[in-house]
Design a protein around this ligand. Sequence first.
Ligand SMILES: [Zn+2]
Length: 437
Amino acid sequence: MPYQSGSRLPGEKASKLGHLEVLKSELVNKLCSNFELPAKDEDITSQELIWQPYPTGYEPLPIIFGVDGSIQTVKGDSVPRKEMSFIKTALLRLDQQALAKIDKNNPHPFALKKIMTDAALYHATVLPLKNVRVPGVSVLDSVREVIFESMKDDSLNGEPLETLKWLVYEKWDGQEKAIPPFKCPHCPSQAASLPYGAEKGNCTSCGGELLITDMLGFHQDMAEEFAPETVGTSYMLIHETMLLFTGIRLYWESNREILNDCLFIKDGPLSIRAQYSKLVAPIRRFFAFAKSEGITVHLMGQEKTGRFVDFLDVSYRNAPIGSIFIPGDKFIKEEVQHRPEDGAAYGVDTNYGSKIFMKIDDYHHMVLSIPTGTFKPNPTLDDLIGADRIFSTLPTILSSRFEGALLPIELANGVASLSTYPSARILQIFADSFDKG
Ligand SMILES: [Zn+2]
């Protein structure tokens, strides 16, 4: 989700006069005159960055999938203000043949548009956040219902929900497993569960209806009559992940050898936060299982914002061309996160991929994540699943329009984007007309 204009600009409403007063303050002026900028060549870290050449010359992966999503929250004009989040996610397929036809330096817009219409599928939904609901039930239950129905979206044959079940019940090896207990959305019970393979059931404590999507814990972020926008963001992230894993699952179930030749690219890190991180352990186990079966599932995430990106933006200049640095636990905590080294290992509960800093040339540097299967606090190049072919594929999918951008993500973003005019305006009008209805 690279183009989030608007949603990430907090505190921009402070008045200009307020700024003037701060600048006139004697204390502020005294403090500012004492601050000093770090010397230009000063090392930004106390620890050494160990850059190593990344593998090249392997056969680029011929089939590439990119996934992205976007969210637009709109508020009605009349009181009580209705609030809804529109969400769109997209999966785009590219092959090396199509890529070969695109002029990387000056891509023809029609050629890109053709890929975006012919080779993409998308999902769109809307979550009621405030003062709007499914008739007869609370906002909380409305959102739960909408999330469940959206995952079953007919336009995608309900595949993302099947993928969620495939992941949480760990269906890839055909052995029945119980899902971890979760918090019931109706009563204080922490031990709600569902029988193997089920998508609906009842709480054994209160008898209330349970949906498979409840195990992710969306309801833990909501009040009875209010859902924050973060519920929409979490849904979008989960849905993007399910879209990618739908591709992986369908090949796994039909002809898993094909996975050896596919690359799946997710916009953003390979991590799932807070209660939703229940998906992380099953995903890691899938990667470990596939590896043990001799199938290499190539997956990578690319992040464009955040601390890792800020860190690389400063430190890549000293790196040799064509190299990567795989930071370990201690390095990440001390140099990237600036927190004490004690406590749990970085990403142990939330990440299903390890971070990699990469410098391709002077124009392209990026922060990637690649799965290792079993969690490794200090991964090496050999731990990164399918790294040799992933790194050999990257130069073939670089976009020349943005620094460090990858064409599959850029195109998926083009399909998923809701933020550009006029669609944002259309959604606003839609919300307003809904208001009057
Ligand atoms: Zn219950």
